[in-house]
Design a binder for this molecule. Structure first.
Ligand code: ADP
Ligand code: MG
Length: 224
């Protein structure tokens, strides 16, 4: 499903070059639940953004579903991202003026082509997330755990190839964090490929595989 080949991403800040990713190679088969772990500043978010086609390698190749997405131009990358990638962030990234149902349906606004019953799917996902009675609520009327469940429903709306989560439990109390993690496991059990970034070793231990990253390089891979 995913193949990274010698991927680098360097930032130039002032006169200095920061090697956020420095020659990263790995593959992820469909259906796997992978955790990316490593200390702060090691390149985890850069890698997740790369996986999500939010960023492109400076060199190397990234293949997703057998397409060289590293060669896509911006327009193609954003269309591909909207259809094939679901994102969940630590800070939820819900739009405050939209209600729960509208937030989940957000990817529909960027869709070119037919809608394929997305509203019915949104309602179904929200039921699965235990939020059927909150459709008309605004994000500020929800708890953190509820907001993250809305974000997960939104991420799954388009039936993405990849569900990507950057510290999804980082802003939650321990009970909501456990709920959200259980939900992600449930989604994975139903066949979803999941990549989650975390610095929490308990969270990482729930994944099938851990990729350890340090100073922009893979330090370990529990699959090898
Ligand atoms: P992590 O998510 O593991 O904390 P990041 O991927 O955010 O790490 O960052 C990796 C390195 O790249 C860090 O040294 C960070 O300061 C640097 N970096 C990340 N994004 C940028 C950027 N937009 N401009 C310059 N440096 C960046
Ligand atoms: Mg980060």
């Amino acid at each position: 499903m995913v193949r990274m080949e010698a991927v680098t991403r360097h930032y130039r800040v002032g006169g200095q070059v920061i090697k956020a990713l420095d020659g990263v190679n790995f593959e992820i088969p469909a259906g796997q639940f992978t955790a990316i772990v490593g200390p702060s500043g090691s390149g985890k978010s850069t890698l997740l953004n790369m996986l999500g086609c939010l960023d492109r390698p400076d060199s190397g190749r990234y293949y997703l579903e057998d397409q060289d997405v590293s060669a896509f131009d911006d327009e193609r990358a954003s269309d591909f991202r909207n259809r094939r990638i679901g994102f969940v962030f630590q800070s939820f990234h819900l739009l405050p003026r939209l209600n729960v149902l509208e937030n989940v349906l957000l990817p529909r606004r960027f869709l070119r082509g037919p809608d394929d019953g997305l509203e019915a799917r949104a309602l179904q996902l929200l039921e699965r997330m235990g939020l059927s009675r909150h459709l008309a609520h605004r994000p500020n009327q929800l708890s953190g755990g509820q907001m993250q469940r809305v974000a997960i429903a939104r991420a799954l709306l388009m039936q993405p190839a990849l569900l990507l989560a950057d510290e999804p439990t980082g802003n939650l109390d321990s009970r909501s964090a456990a709920d959200v993690l259980a939900l992600i496991e449930e989604v994975h059990a139903a066949g979803q490929t999941v990549v989650l970034v975390t610095h929490d070793t308990d969270v990482a231990a729930r994944a099938q595989r851990q990729l350890g990253i340090r100073d922009g390089s893979l330090e370990f891979d529990t699959a090898h």
